[in-house]
Design a protein around this ligand. Structure first.
Ligand SMILES: Nc1nc2c(c(=O)[nH]1)N[C@H]1C(S)=C(S)[C@@H](COP(=O)(O)OP(=O)(O)OC[C@H]3O[C@@H](n4cnc5c(=O)[nH]c(N)nc54)[C@H](O)[C@@H]3O)O[C@H]1N2
Ligand SMILES: Nc1nc2c(c(=O)[nH]1)N[C@H]1C(S)=C(S)[C@@H](COP(=O)(O)OP(=O)(O)OC[C@H]3O[C@@H](n4cnc5c(=O)[nH]c(N)nc54)[C@H](O)[C@@H]3O)O[C@H]1N2
Ligand code: SF4
Ligand SMILES: [Mo]
Length: 692
């Protein structure tokens, strides 16, 4: 038993709810195999196809292994190697000059290339805070849903994922777990074997939807309407748990009045589904004791995303589904982990904190932000951008504008990356970062409730350095004196969690380093007796906080910005709704450059309903052009009933330069923001399609 392990312990760093524990086999300093840890309950020994190939990505021949500076025109992607000293010197010279004059002209841009709390936003945030740089509102993915949960439950918390296999009914709502939440799917299948009914609520017949007992293909962006329609039925047919509602919720009377405006006949119109489907769904949901909802972020990437999450989040509290551990709802579990973000990010380093803080730029508006000339409302023009853990030129909405912004000759751009992505092409300085197998990190999960440690398995590939080390190097060259900028990775990691929180009882950094993970001490059925995290401690159907902020205190249905209801003139010109959800073999834009995975995906496709195809003279296999006023892209048409009529689906997110026409789905998406949280509205997008 005491023989040294022949593997190193690691954690999958990707933006995925499953946060798998990995075992890495190393030979001569190279990772040769990465497998799922059989002892880690959520992982159960299995990794997805993408990450089973992680060693291929780590030792990829095109890994960036040395710092480089731009040698060609902006965006051309030509670079020449330089030393780290020269790179730090160039970065420091330019940033010092700007910071002295106008610190807010410097902005960070990062997201979840790694979910690690150390290589994510620790030293990097401290660095930007110390400079007084613009702050970034990190809203590209989950902010609407997070706001919906916050106002309803008080935090991003919900059912524990391990009990879904005991559920009798699972609504898989705006989620395609076979692609994006594999380990949940295993549990759902276990539930199915035990007789549970699985219902997919998704405008698209995804890989998951086709394996469920029922698929409800509503129009995109209409989920809030469906939830209100279900409430109408639950209330009029008295399928309500009155004791639960009285003891553990707030605002039933007001919610009831709102729901009465959504009879199934009206909701059928809104959602483009049959009235009876709504009635049957509500009855089944209301009559099943162990009724669970696995909601995912796919349904909140539209104007009304925050309200829709709020409406859906009310359902288990109306029926009392929370009473059983196999009932309730899970969108995100990330709020269960007591992360010490103050210690990690040190907001107190910001000049003027806490009274006054540097401006905040919403990352979804990066296109407009980079092209903004600067004025009294926006503040200073952006002169320098430092990108890490993200690939905005591929993933941010309204990509024509994003690319135009990055192409500005006077913009100083630093990119920390593993590969020469679409964004890296625009860098003035391109700095090689280590991967998860080469650095230390700690993780929480947004799909399960374990905290985890990742220890380096191999030395850095080439001259790559961890993000933390790169920011420390720039800070040192700038002569910044703040000690917190120079904390070691281990010091940062050991302070990432509030160890005194009861959910971490019995654990500390040293034990966690040895065990690799720890399950948070949480009750099996977290809201069986209420105890929500809201100010009232109840599930807030009616939110006084929203009312105070001048918003609707009750959940409502808001039609998508780009829909016949909200914009009939636009819908006449661009009649097709387009969504661009994740591909199974990519993770956002990560892995698109791993040949074996890209060849499995083939090429960019567009799924289009036979009636819509016929009308446009499009045949299966034709190359089509997808366009609106923002831009256009090409894809290979797949004529299929997987897409409901009026909907087209382009699985994403391709690297532009690896797509035949050098473009991707974000050419047509918009920078508009959701109702709550300021999230992106990738799936609120009207287009037209024609043969190319
Ligand atoms: N393989 C793979 N896994 C991933 C990712 C990836 O790119 N690839 N991305 C990761 C990331 S960043 C995230 S945020 C998570 C979750 O990412 P999500 O965006 O939630 O992705 P999915 O779980 O695939 O669910 C999206 C599903 O929602 C459907 N959908 C789109 N619009 C609507 C709508 O208006 N209403 C409803 N009901 N459904 C709608 C889509 O058709 C799709 O089947 O997955 C993560 N996991
Ligand atoms: N059309 C459309 N657009 C979308 C979506 C969609 O469904 N449709 N989904 C949206 C969603 S949900 C999300 S979350 C965003 C995701 O957007 P991003 O967070 O930008 O995700 P990725 O495209 O995976 O890019 C992450 C990059 O970080 C790099 N990276 C990984 N680890 C490290 C590290 O340790 N150090 C450094 N320096 N770099 C690292 C990777 O190499 C990769 O290039 O995209 C959004 N964009
Ligand atoms: S991407 Fe998700 S499923 Fe795949 S290994 Fe990572 S955490 Fe697990
Ligand atoms: Mo995401």
């Amino acid at each position: 038993m005491n023989a040294p392990a022949d593997f190193a312990r690691a954690v999958c760093p990707h933006d995925c709810p499953d946060t798998c524990a990995m075992r890495v086999t190393v030979e001569n300093g190279r990772a040769i195999k990465v497998t799922g840890d059989p002892d880690h309950p959520p992982t159960q020994g299995v990794l997805c196809t993408k990450v089973s190939r992680y060693a291929e990505r780590v030792h990829h021949p095109r890994r960036l292994t040395t710092p480089m500076k731009r040698a060609g025109r902006k965006g051309e992607g030509r670079f020449e190697p330089i030393s780290w000293d020269e790179a730090f010197g160039l970065a420091a010279a330019r940033l010092t000059e700007i910071a002295r004059r106008e610190p807010e002209a410097i902005m960070p841009y990062s997201y979840a290339g790694t979910m690690g709390l150390v290589q994510g936003d620790s030293i990097a945030q401290r660095f930007f805070h110390k400079l007084g740089a613009s702050q970034l509102d990190r809203t590209i993915c989950a902010a609407a849903g997070a706001a919906g949960l916050k106002y309803t439950y008080g935090a991003s918390v919900g059912m524990l994922t391990e009990f879904f296999d005991k559920s009798e009914l699972i609504l898989i709502w705006g989620s395609n777990p076979i692609a994006s939440n594999l380990h949940f799917w295993t549990r759902a299948q276990e539930a199915k074997r035990r007789g549970a009914r699985l219902i997919a609520i998704d405008p698209y017949r995804s890989l998951t939807a086709e394996k469920c007992h029922q698929h409800i293909a509503l129009k995109p962006g209409t989920d809030g309407g469906l939830a209100l329609g279900m409430m109408h039925v639950l209330i009029t047919e008295d399928l309500i748990d009155h004791a639960y509602v009285t003891d553990h919720t707030l605002g039933f009377r007001e919610l009831k009045a709102r729901a009465m405006a959504y009879p199934p006949s009206r909701v059928a119109q809104i959602c483009g589904i049959e009235e009876q489907v709504i009635v049957d769904l509500a009855r089944l949901y209301g009559r099943t004791k162990k009724a669970a909802i696995r909601l995912n972020y796919g349904m909140q990437r539209v104007r009304g995303g925050g309200n829709a999450v709020r409406a859906i989040a009310c359902l288990p509290s109306l029926t009392g589904a929370w009473r059983d551990r196999a009932g309730g709802l899970l969108l995100s579990s990330s709020g269960w982990t007591p992360v010490d973000s103050y210690a990690l990010e040190r907001p107190d380093l910001m000049p003027g904190w806490p009274a006054k803080q540097p401006r905040v730029i919403n990352m979804n508006g990066i296109g407009d932000a980079l092209l903004h000339p600067g004025d009294t409302t926006f503040g200073p023009k952006v002169e320098a951008i430092i990108v890490y853990n993200s690939n905005p030129v591929a993933v941010a909405p309204d990509s024509e504008r994003v690319a135009a912004g990055f192409a500005r000759e006077d913009l100083f751009t630093i990119v920390l990356e593993h590969f020469q992505t679409d964004t890296a092409d625009y860098a003035d300085l391109l700095l090689p970062a280590t991967t998860q197998l080469e650095h230390l990190d700690v993780h929480k999960s947004y799909g399960h409730t374990h905290v985890m440690v990742n220890l380096p398995a191999i030395p850095p590939v080439g001259d790559a350095r961890p993000n933390t080390e790169i920011f420390r190097g720039i800070a040192r060259s700038m002569g910044l004196q703040e000690p917190a900028l120079y904390d070691s990775d281990e010091a940062v990691a050991s302070g990432a969690f509030r160890w005194s929180d009861p959910v971490l009882k019995g654990f500390d950094w040293e034990t966690l380093k040895k065990t690799g993970w720890a399950r948070l001490n949480l009750p099996d059925a977290p809201f069986a007796d209420g105890a929500f995290r809201t100010p009232s401690g109840k599930c807030e159907f009616y939110s006084a906080r929203l009312a105070n902020e001048g918003c609707d205190p009750l959940p409502d249905y808001l039609p998508p910005y780009e829909s016949a209801d909200a914009a009939p003139e636009l819908a006449a010109r661009y009649p097709l709704a387009m969504i661009s959800p994740p591909s199974r073999n990519f993770l956002n834009s990560t892995f698109v450059n791993v040949e074996s995975l890209r060849s499995t995906e083939g090429e960019p496709h567009l799924d289009i309903h036979p009636a819509d195809a016929l009308h446009r003279g499009v045949n299966d296999g034709d190359l089509v052009r997808i366009f609106n006023d923002r831009g256009s892209m090409q894809a290979r048409a797949r004529v299929t009933e997987r897409a409901r009529e009026g909907l087209v689906v382009g699985l994403s997110i391709w690297w532009k330069k690896l797509a035949p026409d050098g473009r991707n789905a974000n050419q047509v998406t918009s920078q508009a923001l959701t109702d709550l949280g300021g999230s992106a509205t990738f799936y609120d997008c009207l287009v037209e399609v024609e043969r190319a």
